[in-house]
Design a binder for this molecule. Structure first.
Ligand code: SAM
Length: 286
């Protein structure tokens, strides 16, 4: 037994008056990129931990909730996704999940900060195991510019796997960006964006969906899921459709018959995430 107790790493969520802590053994690395500060710690029970500008992004132990829901829920909602673009996602976990879909022909990951992926390859190699898939393109640019320059009607699903709407990610949560997404999507295209905690930031979800609607998206669905290391531990992804289709209708049979392994996502979990808690029903009219 060590003489002194292991230190703890806490992230205080000022906007919710709460915090999340992990017992750690040591700090493994740190880099200040032109965009953000990236830190890596080793924990006693949750594997490695990545923080960006002090906010927990990924732990070895619990990232599967987020990466699986952000990939499989929209992909099994789309009728036949072939061309997928991930904005952000520098830890590469969402890319790995997207590439599990055999029907996906191309998957582009556009993160503004190469250092995130450099650190992920070193400390989360399991998340980067599909980066060399011939269908994958891992590139580094501002997602705002990428989407503004994307060819019209060239993408089936856009996944915005970004940091919180501050700093470089702020411009990924507004009407102008959503208008770029709408233009780049094919007629039956879907946009999904990590939409923070319904428990702590419902007004942000309402604002996001309002801006998506103003940009021309027709129907919306916010799917809650657990994500222990994020503020309140209760997270969400919001799906928006270019056509006025029912987003509670998904390829349930395909999801149930999936041949790839997941840790959280399955058809029943997808259906359960479509059941709206009362407070979300009242706020979002889903
Ligand atoms: N799962 C995390 C969450 O929900 O907060 C997101 C993880 S992922 C590491 C977030 C990524 O968004 C970071 O790698 C960051 O560099 C990227 N990012 C932020 N702003 C961006 C922008 N304008 N264009 C592309 N990527 C951006």
């Amino acid at each position: 037994m060590s003489s002194s107790p292991s230190p703890w790493l806490y992230e205080n969520f000022e906007h919710t008056g709460s915090a999340f802590g992990l017992r750690i053994t040591r700090k493994l690395d740190e880099v200040q990129s032109p965009f953000q500060k990236i830190e890596i710690y080793e924990s006693t029970d949750w594997g490695n931990v990545m923080l960006i500008d002090g906010a927990m992004m990924v732990t070895t132990r619990d990232n599967f909730f987020y990466h699986e829901m952000m990939a499989h829920a929209p992909l099994f909602t789309h009728p036949a996704p072939k061309n997928v673009v991930i904005i952000g996602g520098g830890d590469c976990g969402t890319l790995r999940e997207v590439l599990k879909h055999a029907g996906v022909v191309t998957a582009v990951q556009c993160d503004i900060d190469e250092q995130v992926t450099v650190m992920a390859e070193k400390y989360f190699p399991e998340l980067c195991e599909s980066n060399k898939d011939p269908r994958a393109t891992v590139m580094f640019d501002d997602g705002i510019a990428y989407m503004a320059n994307a060819a019209p009607e060239s993408i089936d699903v856009i996944i915005v796997d970004s940091t919180d709407p501050v700093g470089p990610a702020e411009g990924l949560f507004n009407r102008a960006f959503y208008e770029s997404c709408l233009k780049a999507l094919r007629p039956d295209g879907l946009l999904v964006q990590q939409s923070e905690s319904p428990l702590a930031l419902m007004h942000l979800i309402q604002d996001m969906r309002g801006a998506m609607r103003d940009a021309g998206f027709k129907t919306f669905r916010t799917l809650p899921f657990p994500q222990p290391c994020y503020p309140t531990g209760y997270w969400s992804g919001t799906i928006a459709s270019k056509t006025a289709r029912d987003l509670t209708d998904f390829r349930a049979a395909d999801a149930a018959a999936k041949t790839f392994r997941t840790t959280y996502y399955n058809a029943a979990i997808h259906r359960a995430a479509l059941a709206m808690p009362e407070f979300m029903q009242a706020a979002l009219n889903d």
